[in-house]
Design a protein around this ligand. Structure first.
Ligand code: AMP
Length: 283
């Protein structure tokens, strides 16, 4: 039976009790409206040794810009609860905004390198909100390990850096992207897409896969030129490209021309009012 906890202090008590019993506590932070991608993180937490798993469901206002989709972000708590139950989550942590932010925030946690590029360019306060809320969730759940998705590759890299730089005693695990059968990376925001936009949005994963194939089989050799190819395909499909970049998968910094090392292609592109992200590693 999945227990539902609303307050930070109750979650701390729960976590400390698990540890007293010798259990390893795992945390899976989410904004809810759960899909197979989120559920794979719960499974990963178990597989990586968590005996007690808490899933947080919290649409965090501080990571949304003023003109972003905080108000219309999809929510379905009862459905989420059933899915958490099915995947053996021990606890759902579902705080109210007022509980997480009882007063105006004047203290932030901010990563200052990886956060600047990619999504950070068009979403300037986004990662500050993410690192701050994840710190608060860490202090609430006191986990031994926490699982994040490779879908948000930049976010995962920033969290790893934060844990390294600020000495959080937490093992960060990054779990692979879960895709729909046709390749579209699962996302709570896919719900916003019309049937036509959803069809055109397949260009994200398709163009990434084609780039990976071309570079890995040697048909093409330049990762930076490949970004232009991807950009053209996205534009031709009616997408408005935010960025397409070739990055060092470890540092998340742009690769230089002619690099023969593994590359992570990361992109953001909008169809209508829906902005989607995706990424793929090329070995
Ligand atoms: P969100 O609810 O969108 O904030 O995502 C919560 C967590 O689930 C983050 O660590 C995401 O990276 C992860 N996630 C979201 N979509 C996927 C997916 N398709 N595959 C794997 N992980 C995902």
């Amino acid at each position: 039976m999945t227990q539902i906890i609303h307050s930070v202090s109750d979650l701390q008590k729960w976590s400390m009790e698990q540890k007293r019993q010798g259990k390893t506590v795992g945390l899976v932070p989410t904004m809810g409206f759960l899909h197979e991608g989120h559920l794979s993180l719960i499974d990963t937490a178990h597989a990586q040794g968590a005996d007690a798993v808490a899933v947080s469901i919290f649409v965090n206002p501080t990571q949304f810009g003023p003109n972003e989709d905080f108000d219309r972000y999809p929510r379905d708590f009862e459905h989420d609860r059933i899915l958490c139950e099915q995947h053996g989550a021990d606890v759902i942590f579902a705080p109210e905004v007022n509980d997480m932010y009882p007063a105006a925030v004047t203290c932030w946690v901010q990563e200052e390198e990886i956060s600047k590029g990619l999504c950070g360019k068009t979403r300037p306060i986004h990662f500050r909100g993410v690192t701050t809320v994840v710190t608060k969730l860490f202090n609430a759940a006191l986990p031994d390990l926490a699982v994040f998705g490779q879908k948000d590759a930049q976010q995962a890299a920033i969290i790893k850096r934060m844990v390294r730089d600020l000495n959080f005693p937490i093992r960060i695990i990054v779990s692979p992207i879960v895709r729909e059968a046709d390749g579209l990376a699962m996302s709570s925001r896919n719900k916003y897409l019309s049937a036509d936009e959803r069809q055109r949005a397949l260009t994200l994963s398709r163009s990434l896969r084609e780039a990976k194939e071309a570079l890995e089989n040697g048909t093409r050799t330049d990762a930076l030129a490949e970004c232009d190819v991807i950009r053209q395909k996205l534009t031709a499909s009616g997408g408005v490209v935010d960025y397409v970049e070739a990055l060092d998968p470890e540092t998340m910094l742009p690769v230089t021309s002619g690099s023969q090392r593994p590359v992570l292609f990361a992109l953001a592109c909008a169809y209508g009012t829906t902005r989607l992200i995706d990424n793929m590693k090329v070995d």
